[in-house]
Design a protein around this ligand. Structure first.
Ligand code: CMP
Length: 139
């Protein structure tokens, strides 16, 4: 079934000028970019986005990193988009990510792993709503 998922090119991806490469891979896969914007995440939004990681050893590092420069937020739509995007991006730790995946090909560091995609449809809805109002998402 058709789904929408939330995808974000993280600050290292933007700094390394990988926006075109990553958007190209998503489009070539056959998924549709339904919304897209570049923003600098503030601490309040970072805390909401990474709520589930509060208390973990890497939380402060994670917030510093994600607020360190602009990110590119997207809503990506297509058949089974949540699962398909997770497959495209590869494992969280780029050292384990398969060649051919975005992290497998473009990242090396677990902390700075160039891209985020929601891991479940409910999370996708929540994450999308942090960055997009319904009228910004095209049909
Ligand atoms: P993501 O899965 O998109 O969201 C949580 C992020 O936390 C994850 O990507 C990594 O960027 C980061 N992360 C996970 N584990 C670690 C770790 N051990 N050290 C630093 N950052 C981490």
């Amino acid at each position: 079934a058709t789904q929408k998922t939330f995808v974000m090119i993280k600050p290292d991806g933007v700094r390394r000028k990988l926006i075109g490469e990553i958007v190209g891979r998503i489009e070539r896969k056959g998924l549709r970019i339904a919304a897209m914007k570049m923003v600098k995440i503030d601490r309040e939004t970072a805390n909401k986005l990474y709520e589930e990681h509060i208390g973990k050893s890497f939380f402060n590092e994670l917030v510093s990193y994600i607020t360190s420069g602009p990110v590119v937020c997207m809503v990506v739509e297509g058949d089974e988009a949540v699962r398909v995007m997770r497959t495209l991006i590869g494992a969280t730790d780029p050292k384990e990510a398969s060649p051919g995946t975005i992290r497998g090909d473009l990242a090396l560091s677990k902390a700075e792993n160039v891209i985020h995609a929601s891991d479940a449809e409910e999370k996708a809805k929540r994450e999308m709503s942090l960055f997009f109002s319904p009228n910004e998402i095209t049909e």
